[in-house]
Design a protein around this ligand. Structure first.
Ligand code: C2E
Ligand code: CA
Ligand code: CA
Length: 440
């Protein structure tokens, strides 16, 4: 049968398409495959006939379509199965949120063929490249997740394999992270942000670094996720805020009043304690509030939007500026974003990296710049790796930018040594031999 809102595909065709998408997406781009199947579909078909069964499928497809971002394709794989491809997504958490949203949209009562029927759905998902390195492995991982969801009587499940860290290793990593924090072995690196229109240093983004004696550099996305699953995230965030605001004084000795952006972990938006904590640390170090920027991802605000709004307003009332990180990759609603006391949108690097050659991404970048300006916000582009991209962004009216073209994230001492030269040049230390991994 055909389902109007979804393109019908065989599994072999889906595999082909996954491989093609992975090829075009290239390194550094995430995509997620979500599989859904309708529970009890056989019962509906048998009990009410195929006409009603088909109407249920069509209604389910329509509901999925309505909550998908434009551009994320929906496929009907036959029988009771659908697949969704999420393109250009930032983290596995985004896939989880999308699953949640689609699940909520399909579950419930559907009117089909004049009857009102209860429909339930199960979902399994996997993310490239986190869980799989090619189309076949991605499809297998998503299948496995769906199978596990069935076995464990769960409604949805994401393939759990956090960059090779299995359950046992995660626990070990958690203990080692706690030890590293206690021993003060974590570091903050700083990546300069440039005022693109004036060609000068505007501020810095702080990025956490952990060098593990056995595993080498561990991605902050991995160890922050580990911290977020335990109570370590509170200690880690306190350490980050305290260190960043202390070290900002050294940066201000060289370039007074430059901004410092700190990433805020989504789970901190559940508790007003964060307001007291940030305020307390600002008082200790005498941080001018207008030089502090908190970066929050779109999705961070969607778990409990009312509470997040209340906390963000309190932070904003302290004089701190707020920035929406990874803008364009998430699932927030524009109507909600407009209500937030936000000063800045940060265009995710997935759109910036290939914008010179990819017209679609260039259009997205231009739309975000226009949207930000129309809402009275500034806009920052991340992931500027060459002069051509920089020039294009300048011409498009982008306010600020950061990326390897200017400078990689640097440890404080190295940054301070290079800052006078950096401040004089709008090219910065793009040719830095400081490291090839940006973390050495
Ligand atoms: P993010 O906030 O989107 O950070 C930008 C990431 O892009 C950083 O990766 C940075 O090193 C990288 N980057 C900067 N310029 C370029 C470029 O020109 N090209 C490319 N390809 N990449 C560039 P990093 O440091 O590995 O951080 C990854 C993520 O980890 C961050 O993404 C953020 O979500 C999280 N993270 C890092 N530090 C912290 C922190 O202190 N707190 C929290 N909550 N999250 C953090
Ligand atoms: Ca950030
Ligand atoms: Ca980003």
């Amino acid at each position: 049968m055909s389902v109007t809102a979804a393109q019908s595909l065989t599994r072999a065709q889906l595999l082909d398409l996954l491989d093609r998408q992975i090829d075009t997406a290239g390194a550094g781009h995430n995509l997620a495959l979500l599989l859904f199947d309708l529970r009890d579909f056989r019962r509906i078909n048998a009990g009410y006939g195929q006409r009603v069964g088909d109407a249920v499928l069509a209604a389910a497809a329509e509901r999925i379509r309505q909550v998908l971002r434009p551009g994320d394709p929906l496929f009907y794989l036959g029988h009771d199965e659908f697949a969704v491809l999420l393109l250009a997504l930032k983290t596995p958490q985004v896939a989880e949120l999308a699953m949640q949203k689609i699940h909520a949209a399909i579950s419930g009562r559907h009117t089909a063929g004049g009857l009102e029927l209860a429909v339930a759905v199960r979902c399994g998902g996997a993310v490239y490249p986190l869980h799989a390195s090619n189309g076949q492995a991605l499809l297998q991982a998503a299948d496995m997740a769906l199978y596990q969801a069935k076995m464990q009587q769960q409604e949805r499940m994401l393939y759990e394999k956090c960059q090779g860290w299995g359950g046992h290793q995660q626990l070990e990593l958690q203990l080692e992270l706690a030890q590293a924090l206690n021993d003060n072995r974590l570091k903050l690196y700083y990546q300069p942000q440039f005022d693109l229109q004036r060609g000068r240093v505007h501020g810095f983004e702080t990025l956490l670094r952990w060098y593990h004696a056995e595993h080498g550099w561990i991605s902050p996305e991995v160890f922050i996720a580990v911290a977020e699953r335990s109570e370590l995230i509170d200690q880690l965030s306190t350490w980050t805020f305290n260190t960043a605001m202390r070290e900002q004084r050294r940066l201000h000795d060289i370039l007074p009043r430059t901004a410092l952006a700190i990433n805020l972990s989504p789970c901190l938006l559940n508790d007003r304690e964060i307001v007291t904590l940030v305020h307390g640390i600002m008082n200790i170090w005498g941080t001018p509030p207008e030089t502090l920027v908190l970066e929050i991802t779109e999705n961070a605000m969607m778990t409990d939007p009312a509470r997040a709004l209340c906390i963000l307003e309190a932070l904003h009332d302290l004089g701190i500026r707020l920035s929406i990180d990874d803008f364009g990759t998430g699932y927030s609603s524009l109507a909600y974003l407009q209500r937030l006391p936000v000063d800045e949108l940060k265009i995710d690097k997935t759109f910036v990296l290939d914008m010179v050659h990819n017209q679609h991404n260039r259009q997205i970048v231009q739309s975000v710049i226009d949207l930000a300006h129309n809402l009275g916000m500034h806009v920052v582009a991340e992931g500027i790796e060459d002069a051509q991209t920089r020039n294009m962004l300048v011409a498009m009216g982008c306010d600020y930018g950061q990326g390897y073209h200017f400078a990689r994230p640097l440890p404080l001492t190295e940054l301070c040594e290079r800052l006078p030269a950096l401040a004089d040049s709008d090219k910065g230390v793009a040719d830095s031999q400081s490291d090839c991994q940006d973390r050495a």
